[in-house]
Design a binder for this molecule. Structure first.
Ligand code: NDP
Length: 498
């Protein structure tokens, strides 16, 4: 199939997936599309490689992964340019993305042994004659399905942790960013040339679906909630465990004692970074009555200064051309229902760009408040107090991250958010904290990447008991006597019966 296409929309030409820049249409990548048989063969090769990788041992894996980290760090400009070319993201933002990915890779490599390695755990009185041993063993082959909006940071959150845990990985990058995915695979092969421990399969959604059905031992999916449901349904057929990192509609709450300048700066960056195409991006803000007007003024001043365009700007093009209509619909709907644009608005969508847009007094049941917009827009609504802000924040089924600005109550409010993560007096920072788990609740998914929980997500706990002495009070044998049972009853009453 050969097609004249909208810049940025991937096409398949002569069996190759061609990705292009959404602003200029320049070709970024041309990758062989995997057939279902190719997917199976890649997974089979990865399975063979997984035994070799696991057998290398944790110290050798750590050394290889740290070398891969060094490659990424030393070639950061090259990778950032490719991210910019393929997805349109400003180079500076791409640099920040790679920096965060490098940090996660470093942490996963350094901490796999401590978190997953064999350890003794305590025995309890009832089985005191046995020692207890715990270790976390790799699944085998992990399938990683990634989105386009953070084509390095997001898949690395699964890939680095899965590899560090001793698994092989087969990546299905988004059809919008296959070249970046392949770059990751190729750079890894430079430090692990022996076996295809980390491979990619390219194509459209059907290739992702084939990966789910290929016999991989776990699937780590990052993408929309709707696709997450399909992935889970496909994996259910073979009881393949899944990790779902899905969409969000994260809110920021601005309390009366907040530093309004800092809050405005964080709302603008947290909402508009990567042109708002961020799963944990701030999409809605609830500001308490007493500070609302001053906060909105500051947001408008800051957002109004941002530059839009393709090179050296703050806000790049919308990566997925079809998203432009969604953003337009959300803005139009908000305005039609009585919301006001204090910046941008009805004319903001100028393909392939969207100009920064700040909407206030937007009805809570409008699409701009309830659905993922994925554009450089913010809704800011007035609330009586933080309790009302928390209630409105928690009214959606999404629950990924969130942000709270304030002093006295901020930590308590952060705890009350129905979300997997929160930042107090900043936005999005939990994503870069490699020691913390990352993931959502409700429609935002389940399971965790990053941190110790992220390592454990890619390993099976293996529990072993080992006899270290004869049983004084035999229970788990047909050799026990009535007297043994009577003593057991006495014992359990004495220790647990009161
Ligand atoms: P999609 O859900 O459209 O796609 C995600 C991935 O799934 C792509 O690689 C896609 O392939 C693949 N896919 C599509 N259909 C299937 C299928 N039936 N079976 C298996 N795989 C399939 O999401 P986007 O790429 O548009 O990413 C944006 C979404 O990702 C947003 O909702 C965002 O919030 C979320 N996200 C969540 C994050 C988190 O950590 N929670 C982080 C980053 C983004 P193809 O592209 O070829 O269609």
């Amino acid at each position: 199939m050969t097609a004249v296409h909208v810049p940025g929309t991937p096409v398949i030409e002569d069996g190759r997936l061609v990705s292009t820049n959404p602003a200029t249409g320049a070709e970024a990548g041309r990758l062989l599309v995997a057939s279902p048989a190719d997917v199976e063969a890649t997974v089979a090769q990865a399975r063979a490689a997984s035994g070799w990788w696991a057998g290398l041992g944790v110290a050798a894996r750590r050394e290889r992964l740290l070398r891969w980290r060094s490659r990424l760090a030393s070639r950061i400009e090259e990778l950032a340019e490719l991210i910019h070319l393929e997805g349109g993201k400003p180079v500076a933002e791409a640099v920040v993305e790679v920096v965060t990915a490098v940090e996660h890779l470093d942490w996963a490599a350094r901490n796999a042994k401590r978190v997953l390695g064999p350890r003794r755990v305590r025995s309890r009185l009832m089985l005191a004659e046995f020692s207890a041993h715990l270790e976390y063993q790799p699944y085998g082959v992990v399938g990683v399905i990634g989105p386009w909006n953070y084509p390095v940071f997001t898949p690395i959150g699964s890939i680095a942790y899965a590899l560090a845990a001793g698994n092989a990985v087969v990546l299905k990058p988004s059809e919008y960013t296959p070249a970046v995915g392949q770059w990751l695979v190729d750079s890894f092969a430079e430090v692990v040339p022996e076996e295809p421990v980390f491979a990619a399969v390219h194509g459209l959604g059907d290739v992702g679906a084939a990966l789910c059905r290929s016999g991989v031992d776990k699937v780590a999916f990052t993408g929309s909630t709707a696709t997450g449901r399909k992935v889970m349904a496909a994996c259910a057929e073979s009881l393949t465990p899944v990790l779902i990192e899905a969409g969000g509609k994260d809110a920021m709450i601005v309390d009366t004692d907040a530093d309004l300048d800092a809050a405005a700066a964080a709302a603008v960056w947290g909402g508009l970074t990567n042109a708002g195409q961020t799963c944990i991006g701030i999409e809605r803000v609830y500001a308490v009555e007493g500070v609302f007007d001053r906060f909105v003024d500051r947001v408008v001043q800051r957002a109004g200064r941002l530059t839009v365009g393709t090179d050296g700007t703050d806000i790049g093009p919308i990566t997925m051309p079809s998203q432009l209509e969604v953003i337009r619909r959300h803005i139009d709907d908000a305005l039609a229902r009585g919301g006001r644009a204090v910046l941008g608005g009805a004319d903001a969508v100028q393909p392939p760009y969207v100009r920064p847009t700040v909407l206030v007094d937007v009805p809570e049941d409008s699409a701009a408040v309830r659905e993922e917009t994925f554009g450089p827009t913010l809704t800011i609504n007035r609330v009586r107090d933080v309790d009302e802000a928390v209630a409105r924040t928690n009214a959606l089924r999404y629950g990924l991250g969130g942000s709270v600005f304030g002093r006295r109550r901020a930590m308590a409010v952060a705890r009350r958010l129905h979300s997997g993560m929160a930042s107090v007096n900043s936005a999005l920072t939990f994503a870069g904290m490699s020691t913390l788990p990352f993931g959502g609740v409700g429609d935002s998914g389940f399971g965790r990447i990053h941190g110790a929980d992220g390592l454990r997500e890619f390993a099976r706990p293996k529990a072993i008991t080992r006899r270290r002495a004869r049983s004084l009070l035999p229970a788990t044998t047909f050799d026990r006597t009535d007297a043994d049972v009577a003593r057991l009853v006495k014992l359990i009453k004495r220790f647990y019966g009161r």
